[in-house]
Design a protein around this ligand. Sequence first.
Ligand SMILES: Cc1cc2nc3c(=O)[nH]c(=O)nc-3n(C[C@H](O)[C@H](O)[C@H](O)COP(=O)(O)O)c2cc1C
Length: 243
Amino acid sequence: MYTANEPLELALLYHLNSPVPKSYVKRVPATELRYMPEAPFLELPPAPHNNPLTELLQRRSSVRSFENTSMPLIKLAQLLDAGCGLNGLRQMDDYTYEARNSPSAGGLYPIELFVSTQAVEGLAAGLYHYEPRGHGLHRVNNLVPADFVEPLLQQDYAVNANALFVFTSVFMRSMCKYGARGYRFALLEAGHQAENICLMAVQLGLESLCIGGFYDVSLNTMLGIDGKRHAALYCVAVGTESK
Ligand SMILES: Cc1cc2nc3c(=O)[nH]c(=O)nc-3n(C[C@H](O)[C@H](O)[C@H](O)COP(=O)(O)O)c2cc1C
């Protein structure tokens, strides 16, 4: 049993006590889905769809069957870069900082990015950790996407994906400044990075699947992280759709 000894620990206590449910509750009735149904309703002009970003947004959709085919290394580099790559130096007041492709509260970057790969040209299959500073990979172990079926609740959708990205958070990086609020920021930031990768996948002619259903202990163990101070938050599988 984990106990909350101080305010900072409460968020981590929540994290440790929010496993995937054993069974899912009933769907919300349709009447709950519209907010303020009684308020006056103002129709907006149709949003133009003929721009590159809207086209990417429209083309992104979840794929649950990937083809066993190879992917060039440059595409993996682009996906990782889209998630959390550096994009130059910026100035704020008297302070110069390294900007990244996704925002981070206070520029503290609590999110780390792991990727399990297979059939990526010029890269030995296995699990890597991405280092944005220097734009490179640390090899972690030999685990390929097919090895993650058990931690992903037996979901076997990613077995033929070229890349299974796992976003983890070193919570204290954000919580040391923002307290328990920093926990929320970490979740939000994983979402920012995941969407960047999903959209870059579309841009590269690939498909993706976001995966939030996993057993914490198994997944964290496979990544070699403690699951408390540093824990997995979210996954995205990317590859070529099998039709
Ligand atoms: C936070 C989150 C967690 C998800 N987890 C899973 C998952 O564990 N398994 C799965 O098959 N799909 C998962 N999905 C994908 C959703 O089912 C999917 O996005 C949704 O059905 C809408 O379809 P679309 O992505 O094609 O627009 C997840 C999506 C989100 C945003």
